[in-house]
Design a protein. Sequence first.
Length: 200
Amino acid sequence: MAFVEPVVLRDRGLRLEPLALTHEAGLAAAAADGELWRIRVTSVPEPESTRAYIEAALQGREQGTRFAFAVIDEASERVLGSTSYHDILDAVQRVEIGYTWYAKSVQRTHVNTTCKLLMMGHAFDTLRCRVVGWRTDNFNFASQRAIERLGAKKDGVIRGHALRRDGTIRDTVMYSMTAGEWPEARAQLLYLLQQRTQTA
C-alpha cells in the first residue's frame, strides 16, 4: 500500500482529484491563462509539453515519490491548475507540497489557501505526517510570501541546488511545518478565508 493513496479532496467549491491524462486540455488552458510557462522561476508546462508533464507526474505516482492533483472549480468543472505531494518519505512520515500553480485569473483568490488547507489537513490528519515541507526558488518571492502566510517556518537555503527552465542554477529556499504547529496554522488559515469571504 502506498503512503499516499488516491483521494479526492473538496472544500469551498474546489475539488482536488488525482491528475490524469484526461486533464490535458484543461491544464493547458489554465497555463495559457497568463502564459505561465514564461515565468522563469516556475515549472508550469508549455502548451505542447502538457501531456509530458502529466506523464511525468503519473510516473512519480507509480514510483511513490509524487502524487499530483488537478484543481477543479466544481461549479464550472474548469481546471484551475495543479498541485502535488512530492518527496514523499513514508519512513519518516514526511511529504512536501509543491509543483503548485494556478491560472492567473484565480491567483490572489481563495483558491491557493483552500487547496493548501485541504492538502495540509489530509497530510497531518489522515496520513499522520510529522512534517510537511515546501521548497521554492530563491527569486520566487511571491511563492516565499505565500508559504510563509501558511505558517511554515524557513529551514534554510540549499545553494546551487537545481536547474531552472532557462538553464541557470537556482538556490532553493526550504520551509516546513510540524504536526504540533498545524492546529494553530489551520485556525489562522480558516480565519483568513473567513475574512476574504466577508470582504468579497
